[in-house]
Design a protein around this ligand. Structure first.
Ligand code: ATP
Ligand code: MG
Length: 353
């Protein structure tokens, strides 16, 4: 049996460079080079509502934005099923049954949830839906018999939780036939891409933290963001020795720069190691490294912007595609839900004589 791939994003804003290196790049590799059974990308609006319940318009408007970002970045809607989470009601039903298999304490130990509770000031009052989103995410993954989940590092605890739910389901209901597969997370090889930091140099780059370079940012915005990125506050004059650790420009160069970029845009250095060494010893200014990074990011974003223009002319078609795909996804998830209810012994229609 070939692999089934599922991944997704919350429609809380446009996609950014963190998404690109953390997940989209791996998605493109799978899409273009891998012989899979099925590939789903879910726009997680139900999950986005767990911390935006009073901001429905934001979530609603960003569904199409995220879909456009996918297609502009190279996701091919003919090869991948892009669907909307809330249009697959089976996912909510599966979530309900899973909620009995997980304790509140277990959810509160989830390190990503812990961070996100702090970030959202939910310490005093956590919405149940928010605390529960790892369970709902497990339902999303398991409903489609997913075996591979390409994600950033912050999602590893969610995959672990998903695997625990499979164990707990099997232990509790002892299904005669397999109902759920154990999914595996695929994270980027490069450490820096597993959790790309934000422009502020503190948190991970994230839509909610306002510290991101978006795939749809125009040239001027990208330039302005890069020029104001956090570097080394003690590196004031060109001749001063500079620090690499915590220097966001070097973090982004680690993530995006290839040797060929030096020949193209900065031939006075051989490669990133060479540039880092000279920066450390003094003699390389921040403006130089920032302009170099800007050129690399521009090279990446220019074709994405072009494709985005095309998408903006076909919004209706994209909506139709999302709705049709959601129907297909719903049919697929229903098959799992039926198997699940059978294993649990709650397929009551069987009681009819
Ligand atoms: P929000 O702030 O609303 O949670 P987000 O920017 O964290 O948004 P998500 O939609 O939560 O984005 O994440 C979607 C996918 O992108 C996940 O697989 C996540 O691991 C990955 N991802 C998000 N931010 C980064 C990042 N900075 N570095 C690497 N991967 C990331
Ligand atoms: Mg997130």
């Amino acid at each position: 049996m070939k692999d089934i791939i599922l991944t997704g994003d919350r429609p809380t804003g446009n996609l950014h460079l963190g998404h690109y290196v953390g997940s989209i790049k791996n998605r493109l590799n799978f899409q273009n080079q891998y012989d899979y059974e099925k590939f789903y990308i879910m726009i997680a609006d139900t999950q986005a509502l767990t911390d935006n319940h009073d901001n429905v318009d934001k979530v609603k408007n960003n569904i199409i934005q995220v879909a456009i970002d996918y297609i502009s970045a190279g996701i091919d809607p003919n090869k991948v099923n892009i669907f909307i989470q809330s249009m697959v009601p089976e996912l909510s039903e599966i979530t309900t049954y899973f909620m009995n298999l997980v304790s509140v304490a277990r959810l509160q130990r989830n390190p990503t949830i812990k961070d996100e509770i702090k970030q959202r000031n939910f310490d005093k009052s956590i919405p149940i839906g928010f605390l529960n989103y790892p369970v709902s995410q497990a339902a999303d993954i398991l409903a489609f018999q997913t075996t591979i989940v390409p994600v950033g590092e912050d999602q590893l605890p969610m995959i672990e939780q998903t695997r625990e739910i499979v164990n707990s389901f099997n232990f509790t209901y002892k299904p005669k036939q397999e109902v759920f597969k154990f999914p595996k997370a695929i994270i980027p090889e490069k450490k820096i891409c597993q959790r790309l930091p934000g422009l502020d140099g503190k948190l991970k780059m994230s839509k909610s933290a306002g510290n991101a370079i978006y795939l749809c940012d125009d040239t001027e915005t990208v330039k302005q963001k890069i020029m104001s990125a956090y570097t080394d506050p003690n590196h004031i004059h060109v001749q001063d020795p500079g620090k690499i650790e915590g220097n966001i420009v070097f973090s982004y160069l680690d993530a995006f720069c290839e040797d060929r970029h030096f020949q193209q845009y900065l031939p006075e250095f051989q490669n990133l190691e060479d540039l880092k060494n000279k920066y450390k010893h003094g003699g390389v200014g921040d403006v130089k490294i920032k302009l170099f990074l800007f050129k690399i990011i521009e090279e990446l974003l220019t074709p994405i912007r072009e494709k985005r223009k095309e998408c903006l002319e076909n919004i209706n078609e994209i909506y139709k595609l999302l709705f049709k795909n959601s129907e297909d996804a719903s049919k697929d998830a229903r098959k799992t839900l039926i198997k699940m209810k059978e294993a649990m012994g709650i397929d009551y229609k069987k009681l009819l004589k």
